[in-house]
Design a protein around this ligand. Structure first.
Ligand SMILES: [Zn+2]
Length: 488
């Protein structure tokens, strides 16, 4: 028995004009062949779940491709073509009994609004309808009919922050076993309630989602249902499939899969008024942070959520912290030019720089800062714990820490880097517990890392490519009507 294994993951923010090219994947991860197994074995990613499940069950593996890039604008067509060619040609060249494929579910390519679906369509076209394909998706996938039609079974994570990625990989491997080894006839149904779930309520450990997610154990005990998923969707993609999705995989009973999926979607729809959020704006948030009794205070920069594909150099909160005279804060910005200037000045060098606000006009203007270069670091660090994203080795690119007046720190990264790990700060010698205010460019995902550190959390309605209010975006291609943008 031999399973092919592959991963090709990207979350594409279609409002971001920066195209994600091959170099963006190379900077994070793009490898083929057996090296994938040694790099991902024992990790927390779904790919690690595939590998560990196969090794436990004594199933041989055909490792084909693993590729991932930091969320940003749509992926270049040539990158999708290259990934699809590698997967399809390797599947044709070497015999295998089925494919375990890790996708995000919110990948958009320049010419393909549904890039995940297009990849699956090409695989099915190459291998035919009888070759089993089981797919994992991120909880933020915008799952389409095309994706579901072109695979045998699909599963998504069930937690946000994503703490169950390894388990999701194992769920997929179990489904492939049921199809290949037990020869079960599997049906899957997709239901898409017409709403947008605000990123601000997408914490699955809190209501309203905690209660909704608690519905799955009921299905898990039903022998007729092999697996079930509720993808929350990724609102920053102007594509027809944008929005949440319920997937039910049933054993033999197609009608049951359809009815269960529809019933759950209706339940979600009934709860729609609890799926929106209103947050405070930057001036009020900073004032609250400066007077908070319980510190550190984490200020959540929603509009510049790096994990949601924004610029990562947004200055709205930095400017407000400086304007109000805050002290002992730490802010991370992606700004390669500023890093180079710090490298040139060297450790202990004094610099005066214009930082951030360079990628677009949506995340604030460049801010002038002066300070002393405290640290220069290659930006690579390891995260041993289970964290959102499931990555062990992380790359921020050459990184500088600038000491500002008032014992505040500015971390300047060469690459855009999401705050999924405290390693982002600790590898630079920064103890987050000693800071008064920590700005995270995120929505929910940072919580897995910061839960033990944050004493006060203030979520901020900052402007940008991942602003919390969907009415700030001009959608042209999504399904209409959709709640809460339209009256339904
Ligand atoms: Zn996600």
């Amino acid at each position: 028995m031999r399973y092919a294994i592959a991963g090709f993951l990207h979350e594409s923010n279609t409002f971001n004009p920066l195209i994600t090219d091959r170099a963006a994947f190379a900077a994070q991860y793009w490898k083929t062949g057996p090296q994938i197994l040694s790099d991902w074995r024992g990790g927390n990613h779904e790919l690690s779940g595939f590998i560990d499940a196969c090794e436990t069950d004594g199933i041989e593996m055909l490792p084909i491709l693993m590729a991932t890039a930091t969320p940003s604008g749509p992926v270049e067509d040539a990158v999708l073509d290259e990934a699809a060619d590698i997967v399809c040609s390797e599947l044709k060249r070497h015999p295998s009994d089925g494919l375990l494929l890790a996708l995000h579910g919110a990948m958009v390519a320049v010419s393909y609004p549904d890039a995940d679906g297009e990849l699956l369509r090409r695989i099915r076209q190459t291998m035919g309808p009888d070759y089993p394909v089981v797919v994992t998706f991120d909880l933020h996938g915008n799952i389409s009919e095309q994706m579901i039609e072109n695979c045998d079974a699909a599963v998504t994570y069930r937690t946000n922050p994503h703490m169950d990625q390894h388990e999701t990989g194992e769920r997929a491997a179990a489904l492939l076993d049921q199809i290949v080894i037990e020869k079960r006839q599997v049906y899957q149904a997709l239901a898409k309630p017409p709403l947008i779930i605000s990123l601000a309520v997408q914490d699955t450990s809190q209501e309203p989602l905690r209660g909704l997610m608690a519905g799955f154990p009921h299905w898990d005990q039903d022998p007729a249902i092999l697996d079930s998923s509720f993808a929350l969707g990724f609102p920053y993609a102007d594509v027809p499939q944008m929005g949440p999705a319920v997937i039910v995989v049933a054993d033999e009973d197609e009608e049951k899969a359809r009815l269960e999926a529809a019933a759950f979607a209706e339940h979600v729809w009934q709860m729609r008024h609890r799926m929106t959020a209103r947050l405070v704006e930057a001036p009020e948030a900073v004032a609250l942070a400066m007077t908070a009794k319980e510190t550190p205070v984490v200020l959540v920069d929603f509009g510049d959520n790096v994990g949601g594909g924004s610029a990562g150099d947004g200055t709205v909160l930095l400017a407000e912290l400086l304007r109000q005279g805050a002290t002992r804060f730490v802010v991370c910005l992606a700004d390669q030019a500023a890093v180079q200037a710090c490298a040139l000045a060297g450790i202990n060098g004094q610099v005066r720089l214009q930082v951030g606000g360079k990628v677009d006009r949506l995340h604030g203007d460049p801010v002038e800062v002066s300070g002393r270069v405290r640290v220069l670091h290659d930006g690579t660090y390891e995260e041993p714990e289970v964290r959102h994203g499931g990555r062990r080795v992380n790359h921020m690119g050459l990184t500088a820490v600038l000491e500002l007046p008032g014992e505040s720190l500015l971390v300047l990264n060469s690459y855009r880097h999401p705050p999924f790990s405290l390693g982002q700060l600790t590898c630079l010698g920064i103890n987050p517990s000693r800071m008064r205010i920590i700005v995270v460019k995120a929505a929910i995902a940072y919580k897995a890392a910061y839960r033990g550190v944050a004493r006060t959390i203030i979520e901020v309605d900052t402007p940008g490519l991942t602003a919390v209010n969907p009415a700030r975006f001009e959608y042209r291609n999504i399904r209409r009507p959709i709640f809460p943008l339209d009256p339904i």
